[in-house]
Ligand binder design. Structure first.
Ligand code: FAD
Length: 301
């Protein structure tokens, strides 16, 4: 049943998802909305659940490969749901799931709160960071996350709070990746009492070291593959001379071999084929299976 637009504000059909991913690829969403409040998000999620539609929430789309055919069901993007409150005295921080994690890292630095200095170069949201257990430069979300507030689409009138210890947080993994829940906000416990200037310096220097070694000027999704410990995926790919390898406009970055960049008008199928090609070559030559860190959505296989 088609919902009344007055009941579900902002709901639209056939939205091109390229603008909602950092790779700038992907087809249309059958249904799409960017809710302006948690209540709107709950109403939209409840509608999709009742209608038996596939439902997913995306943040900044910085870890997504969305198929060219697009996504069936309802795609919610929470990037309008921003904001954070920080207590410089206690270190408690509560942030809406759509808050960009670099913005939160800068706010924390200004408040003299240490902990999120690593997060400044990760172009995702707080919700995406919790789901992915995002991390960099020796730090990760799990180190500082206290709890998340969640919406279960099956019970949209109740908000559930789960502590970090119940989320199975591990390297680029959380239980949130396997559940239909939508993260509404996250609570962090940071270290108070630091000199804001020093925290700011560490934050800026982390950003500088990333932008000088990674291809930030081209559309990408960050590191494509998980590091197969004790190896580094980028090193394995570079050793095979695969920098610059191309399918269509999808290219293994010449700056960082674990990045695939959209060098023009790449399609999701090009990127997906390049991922498979790199996996095949690394397996053949090194005997190591690389597993993507990026989330593939809407693919048949
Ligand atoms: C240039 C660049 C550098 C990067 N560097 C790093 C890095 O150093 N370390 C790192 O870990 N990652 C890195 N990434 C990848 C990415 O930024 C992180 O994985 C980030 O945490 C994803 O957040 P997002 O909001 O973009 O999530 P999305 O990509 O939108 O979504 C990722 C997954 O989380 C789910 N999701 C998102 N928000 C919610 C929500 N509110 N509720 C429920 N599910 C949700 C989505 O459905 C999807 O399964 C990089 C990406 C780029 C483009």
């Amino acid at each position: 049943m088609t919902p009344s637009l007055s009941q579900l504000p902002g709901l639209r059909q056939g939205t091109d998802l390229r603008a909602f991913t950092t790779w700038k690829v992907g087809g249309p969403a059958e249904w799409f909305a960017e809710p302006g409040s948690d209540a709107e998000l709950a109403a939209l999620a409840a509608w999709a659940w009742r209608e038996g539609l596939a439902l997913r929430c995306i943040g900044a789309g910085s870890n997504l490969l969305i198929a060219d055919a697009g996504l069936a069901g309802l795609t919610l993007c929470n990037r309008r749901l921003q904001g954070a409150s920080l207590d410089g005295g206690s270190g408690w921080v509560e942030a809406a799931a759509g808050e960009p994690i670099p913005t939160l890292a800068r706010k924390a630095a200004r408040a003299g709160l240490s902990g999120l200095e690593w997060a400044v170069g990760i172009p995702g949201t707080v919700g995406g960071a919790a789901v992915m257990n995002a991390g960099a430069q020796g730090g990760c979300t799990a180190d500082w996350l206290h709890s998340v507030r969640l919406l279960d689409p099956a019970r949209p009138d109740q908000v559930v709070e789960l502590e970090a210890r119940d989320l199975d947080l591990a390297y680029r993994h959380s239980r949130l990746q396997e559940e239909p829940w939508i993260v509404l906000s996250a609570r962090f416990e940071l270290q108070p009492g630091h000199d804001p200037e020093l925290v700011r310096e560490r934050t800026s220097s982390n950003l500088h070291s990333r932008t000088s070694t990674q291809p930030y000027q081209q559309p990408s999704c960050g590191s494509v593959f998980r590091n197969p410990e004790p190896h580094k995926a980028g090193r394995l790919i570079e050793e095979l001379g695969l920098k610059g390898l191309r399918i269509g406009d999808a290219e293994v970055s010449r700056i960082h071999a674990n990045f695939i960049v959209n060098a023009g008008e790449a399609r999701a199928a090009d990127i997906d084929a390049l991922i498979a090609d790199v996996q095949r070559r690394v397996l053949e030559r090194h005997g190591i299976a690389l597993h993507p860190e990026v989330k593939r959505l809407g693919f048949q296989r």
